[in-house]
Design a protein around this ligand. Structure first.
Ligand SMILES: Nc1nc2c(ncn2[C@@H]2O[C@H](COP(=O)(O)OP(=O)(O)O)[C@@H](O)[C@H]2O)c(=O)[nH]1
Ligand SMILES: [Mg+2]
Length: 241
C-alpha cells in the first residue's frame, strides 16, 4: 500500500496543532502530515517545526505569507503531495472537529477500491454533530440541502472537509482552476470529482465542535458558498465545468 499524506491547513491553531499532528501520525504507520500555515501570528509554524524534528521525514510544512484561505492552502498541499508521490491524500481540520482516529476508516475505503474519494460525513446514517448550537447545525444542514437541490449531487454532506482522495482524482482535477476558498471549495472539489467520473462514498463520522481556539469562517465565506453553488451549476450547464 502506498503512503498517505494528511494535509492540515492552519491559521492560529497553536492550542491544537501539536496534539493533532501527534494524533494523525499515531493513527497510521505510513501516515505523513503536511501543515499549510498562513503565517499564523500565534506561532503555529514554530510548533510544527518542533514536530518536524521529533518525527524525521514524517512532518512537512508550507508557510504562506498571510491568510490566503483554506482552498488555496489545500491546493498547495495537494500539489506537493502529488509531486512527492503520495497515493492517498487527505484533508483534515486542525481543531479536532475531525477525529484523527477516523483516518484509517477513510483510507480503507479508497485503498480497497470501494470509491475514489471517501468523505467523512455528518449527515449519513450513523453520522453526528456534537456541541454545535442549534442555529449552526440548522444552517449547515440547510446548506447541504441547498447544494443538493441546485447541483443534484448525491452527497449528503457536500461542505464536509474530512476527505481521502486517491491521487488519480487530484491528478485529473486541474487544480489551478479551483477558485473557491471556503465551504464553496469543499463543494467544488466534490462536484468536479464527480464531473470527471470519480466515485464518492460517505462514511459516517462524529463531528465535534472545536474546544480550543476560534473559528476562522466569516460571512464572506458563507456568501461565497451561496453564490458559488449557483456559479458551479451555471458552468456545468454551459459545459465549462
Ligand atoms: N492555511 C489556512 N488555514 C485556514 C484558513 N482558514 C481556516 N483555516 C483552517 O481550516 C480549518 C477549518 O477552519 P475552522 O475555523 O475550524 O472552520 P469551521 O470549523 O467551519 O468553523 C482549521 O484547521 C483552520 O485553522 C486560512 O485562511 N488559511
Ligand atoms: Mg472547525
Amino acid at each position: 500500500m502506498g503512503q498517505s499524506l494528511i494535509i492540515i491547513p492552519t491559521y492560529n491553531e497553536s492550542e491544537n496543532i501539536s496534539k493533532v499532528v501527534d494524533a494523525a501520525l499515531e493513527s497510521g504507520e505510513d501516515f505523513h502530515v503536511m501543515v499549510v500555515d498562513d503565517g499564523s501570528p500565534d506561532g503555529t509554524g514554530d510548533l510544527v517545526r518542533t514536530k518536524i524534528d521529533q518525527y524525521p521525514g514524517r512532518v512537512h510544512l508550507i508557510v504562506r505569507e498571510g491568510k490566503l484561505g483554506l482552498g488555496t492552502a489545500y491546493i498547495a498541499g495537494f500539489k506537493w503531495g502529488l509531486e512527492n508521490g503520495y497515493e492517498y491524500i487527505f484533508e483534515m481540520d486542525a481543531d479536532f472537529s475531525h477525529n484523527p482516529k477516523d483516518l484509517p476508516r477513510l483510507h480503507e475505503v479508497v485503498a480497497n477500491n470501494e470509491a475514489d474519494v471517501a468523505v467523512g460525513s455528518r449527515y449519513v446514517k450513523g453520522g453526528k454533530v456534537v456541541n454545535w448550537p442549534f442555529l449552526r447545525l440548522f444552517i449547515s444542514y440547510g446548506a447541504s440541502l441547498y447544494v443538493r437541490i441546485i447541483t443534484w449531487m448525491p452527497v449528503k454532506d457536500p461542505t464536509a472537509g474530512f476527505i481521502c482522495y486517491h491521487r488519480k482524482v487530484l491528478e485529473k482535477l486541474e487544480l489551478d482552476n479551483i477558485k473557491f476558498i471556503g465551504y464553496a471549495f469543499q463543494i467544488e472539489m466534490k462536484y468536479k470529482s464527480r464531473n470527471k467520473g470519480f466515485s464518492i462514498k460517505e462514511i459516517p463520522i462524529t463531528f465535534t465542535d472545536r474546544i480550543e481556539g476560534s473559528s476562522k469562517m466569516s460571512k464572506a465565506i458563507v456568501r461565497e458558498a451561496i453564490f458559488g453553488v449557483l456559479k458551479l451549476k451555471w458552468l456545468k450547464i454551459t459545459g465549462r465545468l
